[in-house]
Design a protein around this ligand. Structure first.
Ligand SMILES: [Zn+2]
Length: 129
């Protein structure tokens, strides 16, 4: 079995360090909701923002996830399953009052970090009940 690469893929690392250098603090690869068995890559608990940096292939990026010519019967349902699970995760987070942000691993980490920072600051400035 290959080592699990979910956690320290480099695009995600680049986003993390960019967000960190903007002075924002977050938890890494943790569950936003304790009773939902799904993790997010960056979790801002007080702002209730969960960030996912999705791999192009596994999550069906429109630019980089070309339909597999071989084994299509195997890959297609797998990727479709991942996409459905992503959508379900977003829905459950929204129901719990969280904002789920998704980016592709091909996006510029600095652009991604700026978008994350804007959302987190915006939500942090709202009155917390
Ligand atoms: Zn892509």
């Amino acid at each position: 079995m290959l080592a699990c690469r979910n956690r320290d893929t480099s695009p995600e690392k680049a986003v993390r360090s960019a967000v960190h250098s903007m002075g924002l603090r977050f938890r890494v690869a943790t569950r936003p909701l304790p009773d939902l068995r799904r993790t997010a890559d960056l979790v801002f608990r007080s702002a209730r923002v969960a960030v996912h940096v999705d791999g192009c292939w596994w999550h069906g990026c429109p630019y980089h996830s070309k339909p597999a010519k071989t084994n299509e019967g195997y890959w297609h349902p797998k990727i479709a399953g991942n996409k459905a699970r992503d959508a379900d995760t977003d829905l459950r987070l929204a129901e719990a009052g969280w904002m789920s942000l998704r980016f592709w691993e091909h996006e510029d980490p600095l652009d991604v970090a700026e978008m994350i920072a804007a959302v987190v600051r915006d939500r942090s400035s709202e009155a917390i009940c």
